[in-house]
Design a protein around this ligand. Structure first.
Ligand code: NAD
Length: 492
């Protein structure tokens, strides 16, 4: 796939197909091994990039270490660092269509979402974090000026994003880390290396000093090597809870800082006074967006017994009304899942739900009608789900909703909180006081009333098995600084 074809002249069109973006330079890859990208829709190979070797991963850390320890970036005034990042935002803005098409081709997500939420969202993240950096207390006087707190860059950062929201999760780390003065090695997922290559082209020549940034798409073994590398100070990870636990244990052993954005099983509490048209309109995105392959997907719907069948029928209608098809077609609601292995995993959960005694009211494990290729799963709604069933406890990461009944709002809160995860959630009611009371009781990192859409000026992240730390907003910069107490004068 030629990612530089299209309407934008702003992308570097040099052939980089045998090169890696290592230490801010394009270098010829030392191995002939390549990472192939298979379209989830056509099931055909659409491109490939060179696979980095362990030695190249080490070289990226060495370059980042040297840039941090003896280079100029961390000493560059923050206003200048902001300028560099804003230059990136301008370049990025010129290629949002190309970036969207690239992502849609790689991961099968609908084009409207990839252009708006991933590519457009990335530009918005850069600008929002630049604004945060302008306001951030990089240096704060204390003790009437006799002392100060300096917020200094944490050092060399390894950023590991997942495939499902690859651009925004890369930039949610790289941008604040660079604004803080860190050096960064990014390791994008092997499922989505083409958008990463385009991002590297956008970063090239933006004004970062040599060594400050490397972008090396690679597999888990490269990620493990980077995490364990002694030259690294902070690991910023988004991905599965299982990988997060493993990374946290290595960081604990080595006493490296880490931030972890992990899985979720978020609950939507539908109250007995909820407007069901509003609920279905909101959950269309909040539950089924990108075929449910979203960490913040609201996959447990808690419904009052008195309106249980009404809620189930409304959600079944929503699921049946979604259009599956070519993700490059703007009319498509849901594209295929990212890989055949992931599709099979989601289907195995649908089979499990039936064995556990839940009732399929929409979708199911049969292939959706009329689609002869592509890794599709029909949007599926399970009724009669108990919160102790595995389909209600484990992250399925597909278009699968569990509708769980409750007696009263105390029980709804208890069910929402009875989860290993604590990422997001929502409350659906016409009563603002009730909404406020419930929102405060749910133990998650984020919650919304009658809808939920993250904003880049607010902290994003979870509690319990959903992770440690926050991205975006002022809190998104906190992860990349160390507070140094600076006693300016001798003790009195
Ligand atoms: P994954 O954990 O399999 O992989 C994520 C990334 O980590 C990939 O780049 C992978 O190569 C790398 N990796 C895997 N194991 C590693 C290890 N031990 N050491 C170093 N690197 C390792 O996850 P995925 O399947 O790519 O993404 C889906 C998961 O991500 C879901 O669980 C989803 O909920 C989660 N996610 C969370 C958020 C959030 O903000 N909380 C956002 C998006 C996705």
């Amino acid at each position: 796939m030629d990612i530089t074809s299209g309407d934008e002249a702003a992308v570097d069109d040099t052939d980089r197909s045998d090169q890696l973006y290592l230490g801010g330079r394009w270098v010829k890859a030392e191995s002939a091994e390549r990472i192939s990208v298979v379209s989830p829709f056509t099931e055909e190979v659409i491109g490939s990039v060179p696979a980095p070797t362990g030695r190249e991963a080490d070289a990226a850390v060495a370059a980042a270490r040297a840039a941090f320890d003896s280079g100029e970036w961390r000493r560059t005034p923050v206003e200048r660092r902001i300028e560099v990042l804003l230059r990136l935002a301008d370049r990025y803005e010129a290629v949002v269509e190309t970036m969207g098409r690239t992502l849609t081709a790689e991961m099968g997500a609908p084009i409207g979402w990839t252009v708006r939420a991933q590519a457009g969202g990335s530009v918005a993240i850069i600008r929002a974090m630049a604004e945060e950096a302008r306001r951030y207390p990089w240096e704060e006087d204390r003790l009437d000026g006799r002392a100060a707190v300096l917020r200094e860059p944490v050092g060399v950062v390894v950023a590991i994003p997942p495939w499902n929201v690859p651009q925004t999760t890369a930039l949610s780390k790289v941008v604040p880390a660079l604004l803080a003065g860190c050096s960064v090695v990014v390791k994008p997922s092997p499922e989505t290396p083409l958008d990463a290559l385009l991002l590297a082209k956008l970063f090239d020549d933006v004004g970062l000093p040599d060594g400050t940034l490397s972008i090396l798409p690679g597999g888990r073994e490269i990620g493990e090597r980077l995490v364990a590398h002694p030259g690294v100070d902070h690991v910023a990870f988004t991905g599965s809870t299982a990988a997060g636990r493993s990374i946290a244990s290595v960081c604990g052993r080595d006493l490296k800082r880490c931030t972890l954005e992990l899985g979720g099983k978020s609950a939507a509490i539908v109250c007995d006074d909820a407007d069901l048209d509003q609920v279905t309109a909101g959950l269309r995105t909040a539950s089924f967006n990108i075929s449910g392959q979203a960490c913040i997907a609201q996959t447990r719907v808690l419904a009052p017994r008195g309106r249980y069948s009404e809620v189930v029928d409304a959600l079944a209608g929503l699921a049946r009304g979604l259009t599956l098809g070519d993700p490059a077609d703007p009319a498509t609601d849901l594209g295929p899942l990212v890989t055949s292995a992931h599709r099979d995993r989601v289907l195995s959960y649908i089979d499990l739900g039936e064995r556990e005694g839940a009732r399929v009211v929409a979708g199911g494990s049969k292939p959706p009608a009329g689609l002869t290729r592509g890794w599709f799963v029909a949007p599926t709604v399970f009724a009669d789900v108990g919160n102790d069933m595995r389909i209600a406890r484990e992250e399925i990461f597909g278009p699968v909703l569990c509708v769980i009944p409750y007696e009263d709002t105390d029980e709804a809160v208890a069910l929402a909180n009875d989860s290993d995860f604590g990422l997001a959630g929502s409350v659906w009611t016409q009563d603002p006081e009730r909404a406020d009371a419930l929102a405060r009781e749910v133990r998650t990192g984020m919650i919304g009333v009658n809808g939920f859409r993250p904003d880049f000026s607010l902290p994003f992240g979870g509690v319990k098995a959903s992770g440690i730390g926050r991205e975006f907003g002022r809190e998104g910069l906190d992860a990349y600084v160390e507070s140094k107490a600076y006693y300016r004068t001798a003790p009195r």
